[in-house]
Structures are given as structure tokens and as C-alpha cells.
Design a protein around this ligand. Sequence first.
Ligand code: URA
Length: 267
Amino acid sequence: MESAQDWHGAKALLEWYIELGAVDAIGDAPIDRYALEPTPPKPTKSPPASTLAPAAKAPATAAPQQDFVALAKQAAAAAKDLDALRAAIEAFEGCEMKRGARNTVIADGNPAARVMIIGEAPGRDEDIAGKPFVGRAGQLLDKMFAAIGMGRDAPLSKDAIYITNVMPWRPPNNRDPSADEIAMMVPFLERHVQLVAPDLIVLMGNSPCQAVLGRKGIMRMRGTWDEAWGKPVMPMTHPAYLLRTPAAKREAWADLLSIQAKLRDLT
Ligand code: URA
């Protein structure tokens, strides 16, 4: 069938669907494939039987599911520096979210920073820019840390922050990442923390609490120091929540002061 849609139109339409969160290509009407006549196999030009190697047995069952957590562990352990880690994450094919994302969003800030911030996942702005926390929530995060004299552009490690996310790909419709999706990215996150070696970690919201501490409940957890991977860890409410709930900024300010005090104690 001849289509009225040109290549550029079709590409723009497809990008729009992805923007809306589509992750699978399906038809307009369901097809009952069990009711279809089996299609006869296509005739292939085969070499004469005498030249064939003994036939390999077709597998009786579907290929076994890949263990993506194990693959992620292997790939993360092999990454000797941050560039290698970036390449390993970009090459990882275990997570469906990658298919709908424009960019793999790894990190921003100073890798020598004393403070490493772990957020949830890129949103639309971050997906476009290829950097974490550049939208409204990110601007608030910058203001929050500026209030204690720290920032992602600070050249000195004592004043610097380094920012990453649990998920390097934008979730479709900005949904929460599932426990399985988080689990397969944890090995990369743990290696990321080892390579940056910050003095302390800040977890922004529930997904990083799940990834790093193995449990959620940010409203209960925020403000209380914990420990993971040998580092002090402070859970905080996510800046996107603070934008919706300005009254919670008071507690966030208390958490920032606690971070500032901890950094003083650790020097
Ligand atoms: N929210 C996050 O958790 N991370 C980002 O990068 C942007 C918004």
C-alpha cells in the first residue's frame, strides 16, 4: 500500500508517540494469531544435501531469560574509571526504558565532590539535555545546595556536588521505576559511588532509598542519617515534592544544615 506519509512526517509522528510514553508498536485492531492459518515456510535456496553439515537440533524451548542483574554486576565491576562506567551503562541492553529515551543521562557536577546526590530518573528536560536535574526540580536542587555554599560547578571538591540518578533513562510517562528495573541498575550505581568516592551521599526521594538502602518510605526516612556502601547517607524529600509542597521546605532546610554539619565533622 502506498502511504501519504513521507519519511520525515513518519519520523516526527513516531517521536511524538515516544514523547507520549509509547514503548511498543502495535496495530489499531487486535489480531487473534491463534486463529490465523499457519503461513507456509518460505522456500529457501538450500545447498545440496551432500554439502550440509549435520543438522543442529532446534531448541525445544524458548531461550532462557537473561539474568540482567548478573550482567550488570559483571559490566560494572569491569569499569575501571568513570568513562568506562559511562560506556558500560550506555551499552547495557537489559532495561526497556532505554528504548524510549533520547539520551542516557549519567551524571553532572564535579567527580571530585564531597557530596554525591542520587535522584530517581531523568524527566523530559533531562532526557533532552542529557544531564540530570536541569528542569524545575533541578533548579530548586541547585538553589538548595547554593544555600549551604555548594554547587555542581564549584571547582573545589569541598564546595562541589556531583549528581546522578538511579535510572539513566527517562521512564515512559514519568512513571516510577519498578523494583526489577531498579535492581538491575544497582550494580552500576554502587560502582559509580566507588569511583566517585564521596564523603557522603544524599538520596532524593523513594527510588534511590530503594536502590541504596533497600527500602522506601521517604517521609519517615528523611532527615535521619543511615549508612550504605561504607558512606553516611541522608535521605531527603525530592525537590519535585518540595515544588508541590512548599511547607516541606522547612524540613529540607534542616536536612541541608545536617549535611553541612556532617561535612564539618568529617574533615
Ligand atoms: N528528577 C530526578 O530524580 N532526576 C532528574 O534528573 C530530574 C528530575
